[in-house]
Design a binder for this molecule. Structure first.
Ligand SMILES: [Zn+2]
Ligand SMILES: [Zn+2]
Length: 268
C-alpha cells in the first residue's frame, strides 16, 4: 500500500509528459500506420487543449476532492454497505470507474449536446500520441468531475481508488492514440479483455457504424457485454470525421469554438 501511495503522490502530469515524450519519439523512428500531416502543428494544436484543461482543472480538482471527501465522510455508496478487503475494493473500484466512463462515453455519442464537445476529440484526421490531449476542456471537466463524483457517490469510492484509476488509465490512453503498428493477434488475445490501440482506432473511424462502437477506455469487456464491440482491420480505418476533413477545421481556434457552431454530421 505504501508503494501505491508513493506512486499516487507523483503528479500525473509528469507521467503524461514522460509518456508523450517516449511515444512521440517512437512514432518518429518506427514504422507507423497512418500518415502524419504537419506533425509539429498537430502537436501544438493538441497541446493547447491540455493547457486549457490544466487551467480549468485548478478549480475543478478542488471541487472534486471536496465532494468526494464529503461523500466518504458520510459513508455514502455501495462499498460502505459490504464487507470486503481493501485491495478488492480498489480493484473493483477501478473496474467500476471504467464502467461509468463507458456509459458516459456512450452517452456522449448519443446526446446531441454532449457530442458537440466530444466530436473535438474525434475530429482528428491524423492521430498520434498527442491526440490524448485533444479533448475539449468542458468535456474533460464534465467527465473528470461529474463522472468521478457520481461514481464515488454510487459505489463509495475514495480518492486513492480514483488516483489509481488515472495512474493506470493514462498509459492506456496514450498508447491507444499512438500512431504505431500493432499486430492483429494482440486484438485477439489481450483485446478479449482490454482495449488495444487497434480497437480504439476503430472507434475513431469516420464511418459512424464504427464510431459508435468500442467505447471502453480500459476494459473492452464492457463493449462485449453491452453489444457495442465491433471489429475491422486497421488498414481499412479512415481516421477523423468527414465534416472536419479540411485543414482550417483542424486548428485549435476552430476546434475550441466547434461545440458552439452548427456542424452537421456528414454520413459516409
Ligand atoms: Zn468517442
Ligand atoms: Zn480516442
Amino acid at each position: 500500500m505504501e508503494t501505491l501511495e508513493y506512486l499516487l503522490s507523483i503528479d500525473i502530469n509528469y507521467i503524461v509528459i514522460g509518456l508523450i515524450a517516449i511515444f512521440f519519439t517512437l512514432e518518429q523512428i518506427l514504422s507507423t500506420q497512418f500518415p502524419f500531416k504537419e506533425r509539429g502543428k498537430h502537436f501544438w494544436n493538441s497541446f493547447l487543449f491540455q493547457v486549457l484543461f490544466l487551467i480549468g482543472n485548478l478549480f475543478w480538482a478542488g471541487v472534486t476532492v471536496f465532494s468526494i471527501d464529503w461523500l466518504n465522510q458520510h459513508e455514502i455508496g455501495l462499498f460502505y454497505l459490504i464487507e470486503l478487503p481493501y485491495w478488492l475494493k480498489l480493484v473493483l473500484g477501478v473496474a467500476m470507474l471504467d464502467f461509468v466512463t463507458y456509459w458516459f462515453h456512450r452517452l456522449s455519442h448519443k446526446s446531441a449536446l454532449l457530442w458537440r464537445f466530444h466530436r473535438v476529440h474525434h475530429s482528428d484526421t491524423s492521430m498520434d500520441s498527442s491526440t490524448y490531449f485533444r479533448s475539449h476542456p468542458i468535456e474533460v471537466l464534465l467527465w473528470f468531475g461529474g463522472s468521478n463524483i457520481l461514481s464515488a457517490g454510487i459505489f463509495g469510492l475514495d480518492l486513492l481508488t480514483i488516483g489509481l484509476y488515472f495512474l493506470i488509465l493514462t498509459p492506456f490512453l496514450v498508447l491507444e492514440h499512438s500512431n504505431l503498428r500493432f499486430p492483429a493477434w494482440l486484438d485477439k488475445t489481450v483485446g478479449l479483455i482490454f482495449t488495444t490501440p487497434n480497437l480504439h482506432k476503430i472507434h475513431h473511424d469516420q464511418d459512424q457504424h464504427y464510431t459508435d462502437s468500442n467505447f471502453a477506455d480500459m476494459f473492452i469487456i464492457w463493449d462485449r457485454i453491452f453489444g457495442t464491440f465491433k471489429y475491422k482491420p486497421t488498414e481499412q480505418v479512415k481516421l477523423g470525421l468527414a465534416e472536419f476533413d479540411e485543414p482550417r477545421k483542424q486548428t485549435f481556434w476552430y476546434l475550441v469554438r466547434a461545440p458552439f457552431l452548427t456542424i452537421d454530421r456528414k454520413v459516409k
